[in-house]
Design a protein around this ligand. Structure first.
Ligand code: IPD
Ligand code: CA
Ligand code: CA
Length: 265
């Protein structure tokens, strides 16, 4: 086992233990809002502290970019962490959320872990080494025809400047695909594309910690990820498309007519 990946797995499992214990009584969890409809709990924070503790013990020199505590350190190596992706689901007792941890070296994603603690599903990838779910190798789906594919997404819920463009995309996906799903945890949605459960995914306005691990999982599973123009700038723009290679190209074509100047950038 790749030693850096084992550290990331240890960190994710430790956070998973904290999240699973807290999920037994969600009524007791203290929730605060960072902004309108942007919730954080003491569990998000405790999970992040645990993850960073494990990573820093092994790699004290590495930098961190974590959702709750922000950026720290200065290194070619940056850990990109979402301690609990899908907090709104978690608060409601909806069992669809995950821990997302990725490592980037000089801006290139090299290691990824997305851990679903409710199903005990551990999605992992190392650059050049393929993607795995628990001990099994995973690959993106082979579906080609749009009327057979399922596409995951995230609905806008906080910022609505691109909602008209988004609704146009959604309408076309509803017409052309076998179905659109909005489970509520982007990192897990991307992992599900890697595992071939979803054939594609798109969402606007995400943060690097929502996407980094899931993106490497998809490429290591034989899929493609990109921004709305198919370029590689999704971590900067926050807008991402992923899928098996055949579906990826078709998603780009469906999205293209809906892009305004800002979304094309
Ligand atoms: C959210 C989830 C959700 C996506 C949001 C994210 P959080 O992450 O990934 O699916 O639609 O844009 O902010 O806040 O639960 O970590
Ligand atoms: Ca998130
Ligand atoms: Ca989060």
């Amino acid at each position: 086992m790749n030693p850096t990946l084992s550290i990331a797995i240890k960190a994710a499992r430790r956070a998973g233990g904290i999240i699973n214990r807290a999920s037994r009584d969600v009524e007791l969890i203290k929730v605060s809002a960072k902004r309108d409809k942007d919730f954080v709990t003491e569990v998000d924070k405790a999970a992040e502290v645990a993850i960073i503790g494990v990573l820093k013990e092994a790699y004290p020199q590495h930098a961190i970019l974590a959702e709750e505590s922000g950026a720290s350190g200065d290194s070619e190596y940056v850990w990109i962490i979402d301690p609990l992706d899908g907090t709104t689901n978690f608060i409601h007792g909806v069992p669809q959320y995950a821990i997302s941890i990725a490592l980037a070296h000089k801006g290139i994603l090299t290691h990824a872990v997305v851990y679903d603690p409710t199903r005990n599903e551990l999605f992992t990838a190392v650059k050049g080494g393929g993607a795995h779910l628990n001990d099994r190798r995973i690959r993106v789906s082979k579906r080609i025809r749009l009327n057979e594919v399922i596409v995951g997404t995230g609905f806008p819920f906080r910022y609505f400047e691109h909602v008209d463009a988004y609704m146009g995309m959604l309408r076309d996906f509803m017409h052309k695909t076998a179905g659109v799903r909005r489970p509520g945890a982007a990192a897990l949605d991307l992992a599900w594309v890697a595992a071939g459960r979803f054939d594609g995914f798109w969402e606007l306005g995400l943060s690097p910690w929502d996407m980094a691990a899931g993106a490497l999982l998809i490429t290591e599973a034989g899929g493609l990820v990109g921004d709305l123009s198919g370029e590689n700038n999704y971590l900067e723009t926050g807008n991402i498309i992923g899928g098996n290679p055949k579906v990826f190209v078709q998603l780009l074509q469906i999205i293209a007519p809906h892009l305004n100047a800002q979304l094309k950038a």
